[in-house]
Design a protein around this ligand. Structure first.
Ligand code: CUA
Length: 664
């Protein structure tokens, strides 16, 4: 229950009247200053106070509302691109309004967008099923990464990973659609993905659970000898908008649980960093006399931060010192050690986040079972590497740099620190899982400034431009795994909770709760809205979004037709408000039907749908888009076809028939 009651209500009346007067006098606010006389302002203040009283709102609530409320037609200054978790999709949210703007279909079918139903998007999802012929219809999306130039988001592309099936996807931010899904076949799960190097030369994908590379069977008793981790540097070709496997390579890693990763920038450009857990190499077997995996994996006080020199790795690949596994060039572990590509540094117990600061010099690591954020610096790391100053080697011969010689210091921040983001004032923000809080601390003097509770079990956090060389600050969104009592009950499975926080005030202020009905969202990145140059129609008419060029089967108005060919019936069809041409399709039972469908509109928002019952036909065609639909008319009958979007007053009339004549 709110305990605001009349106490806050009365105080608020005076406060709001004063605020309204101030606003009126300053000429601010939607009603303008000239018409709003002091008496009018006082009236408004009284009305607002009455409203606050009725709704049980405090002054702080009203301030929060004023900081987030976004009037109709006003756009947000930021986009949040959040992972959609098991939905296999990406959620686009406006900040600070926290309005959900879009779900980008990536790894899984999305009926409204017709994603996974037309030929092109079916092929997109299916492209990653080929490894063993079993269609994958879910994904575990973890970490979206925006493309960068010089360490700054450029607003062109978004990459995401599927932890469950070790896949990556490329999303084009011109039209917010998925344009490529890849599955390398080398590793079986990924978590340190996706992270980009400062000019998006590479998109990094690192395994999480060690397994034999390439997917072969090896008894688990040979875990130490035959199981391995790997980090893949996927080459990104901007012109082709493609990750190119032939130009990519991987580095074999010890069979630790490699976790999150981050690429260096500025001073640390050329390096990237990966956390690890389970350096104990436990593999479970709790009913076979072994400790359960989670306790076996939590014995050591320190795990290993992996420091990888990818520019050196590029030279080793160019020199041909690789072997090929699952069609991927791999630098063997011994080579990575011999060539000085891989070093380890102890890091406090079961770390989860590694986050390079905007200055590129500081590398912040938080250990889940520790109370500190640990700050390493690249200068100290490089000095130790150059001096070959080792604290020892691991069982695989990988040199271990001394902890004390590579850190600048530690900040005691609380129980269960996870992930760190940055602002424009030199502050760092770290999520604290066990405490359900976010800590603000100063990066220069390593001093804790304040903490704010969140609700509950926070995972990742995001700040505007928070992973770039020049973060904006101002806001922070805490991505909370549990909501418990924040929303009305909806059964045992609850929404998760994105909480918007104002970081400019001290103490920080919680502004807004956004329930997220797609679990479990992990990471998100937040970019200035004006960096994203989205198109509103496909032009020229007949563009295939997959290739971003005019389809050879694009249909011009007036040239619609039906042709019977050796491979079936070809229907060259257009959609425009409010009809399909042709609107009657006559085929025979058993015919393969190829519908080449072009939306010939160029008006913004003039989307049509195209659906036929019984044959699972459902596509969304945006203005100017061309779509291909293929199906077998396997049974006779009369099948209405219709537009699924309320596109005009005659939307219901935008319909027709598929007539399938019986064979006999
Ligand atoms: Cu087109 Cu409804």
């Amino acid at each position: 229950m709110h305990e605001s009651g009349s106490r806050h209500g009365r105080r608020s009346a005076a406060w709001l009247a004063a605020t309204a007067l101030a606003l009126g006098a300053a000429g601010c606010g939607p009603q303008g200053g000239q018409e709003l006389q002091p008496s009018g302002a006082a009236q408004n203040g009284a009305a607002t106070a009455e409203l606050m009283k009725q709704r049980g709102l405090t002054e702080s609530d009203v301030v929060a509302a004023l900081k987030t409320y976004t009037p109709t037609g006003v756009h947000d200054p930021y986009y949040i691109f959040a992972s959609g978790g098991h939905s296999g999709q990406v959620i686009v949210i406006g900040l600070p309004s926290m309005r959900i703007l879009k779900v980008i279909a990536v790894f899984t079918p999305e009926p409204w967008q017709g994603y996974g139903y037309g030929d092109q998007t079916e092929a997109m999802i299916g492209s990653s099923d080929q490894e063993n012929g079993i269609p994958l219809r879910w994904a575990d999306v973890h970490h979206p990464a925006l493309s960068e130039l010089a360490g700054d988001y450029d607003g062109k592309f978004l990459f995401v990973n599927d932890k469950a099936n070790a896949r990556l996807a490329v999303i084009d931010l011109e039209d917010f659609t998925t344009i490529q899904i890849v599955r390398g076949g080398l590793i079986k799960s990924d978590h340190g993905a996706t992270f980009v190097t400062p000019n998006t030369e590479y998109v990094i994908e690192t395994s999480q659970y060690a397994a034999p590379l390439g997917g072969t069977y090896v008894p688990i008793e040979q875990y130490n000898e035959k199981y391995r981790g790997a980090t893949i540097l996927w080459k990104f070709d901007r012109e082709k908008r493609r990750l190119v496997k032939e130009e990519s390579f991987a580095i074999e890693l010890p069979p630790y649980g490699q976790d999150l990763a981050d690429a260096g920038k500025l001073a640390s450009d050329g390096f990237f960093f990966i956390n690890s857990f389970n350096t104990e190499r436990a593999w479970g077997g709790s009913s076979e006399g072994n400790p359960p995996l989670e306790s076996g994996a939590s014995q050591n006080d320190m795990d290993f931060l992996h420091v990888i020199d990818w520019k050196k790795a590029e030279q080793v690949v160019a020199a041909g010192k690789t072997e090929t596994i699952a069609g991927m060039r791999v630098i063997p572990l011994e080579t990575a050690v011999a060539e000085g590509i891989l070093h380890l540094i102890p890091e406090p117990k079961s770390p989860h986040g590694v986050d390079v600061a905007p200055n590129g010099r500081d590398i912040v690591v938080a250990g889940k079972l520790d109370t500190h954020a640990t700050v390493y610096t690249i200068e100290k790391i490089q000095a130790a590497i150059a001096a070959k100053k080792y604290a020892g080697k691991d069982d695989y011969g990988v040199p271990i740099l001394p902890f004390e010689d590579t850190i600048r210091g530690q900040v005691e921040i609380g129980l269960g620190p996870l992930h760190t983001q940055y602002d424009d004032k030199g502050n760092a923000y770290t999520s604290i899982f066990l405490e359900s809080a976010v800590a603000k601390w100063n990066l220069a003097d390593l001093k804790l400034i304040s903490k704010i509770p969140v609700h509950y079990n926070v995972g990742h956090i995001t700040t505007p431009e928070g992973d770039t060389v020049s973060p904006d600050g101002g806001y922070l969104v805490a991505m909370n795994k549990w909501a418990i009592d924040r929303f009305q009950d909806v059964g045992p499975l609850l929404p998760q909770n994105f909480q918007l926080i104002d970081t400019t005030s001290e103490p920080m202020q919680l502004l807004y709760d956004l329930p997220i009905p797609n679990g479990e969202p992990h990471y998100s990145q937040t970019i200035k809205a004006d960096k994203v140059k989205a198109i509103s129609v496909y032009s020229p008419i007949g563009t295939d979004p997959a290739t971003r060029s005019v389809s050879p089967n694009a249909v011009e108005a007036g040239k619609e037709r039906i042709e019977r060919r050796a491979d079936g019936v070809h229907v060259f069809m257009t959609a425009v408000r409010s009809h399909f041409v042709p609107d009657v399709i006559r085929v025979r039972e058993g015919d393969t039907v190829h519908i080449h469908l072009t939306n010939t509109e160029q008006a913004k928002d003039a989307t049509h749908g195209f659906a036929i019952a019984d044959f699972n036909v459902n596509v969304s065609i945006e203005p100017g888009e061309h779509s291909e639909i293929t199906f077998v008319a396997s049974k006779p009958g009369v099948f209405p076809l219709y537009c699924t979007e309320f596109c005009s007053a005659l939307h219901l009339e935008m319909a027709g028939y598929l007539l399938v004549e019986p064979k006999s």
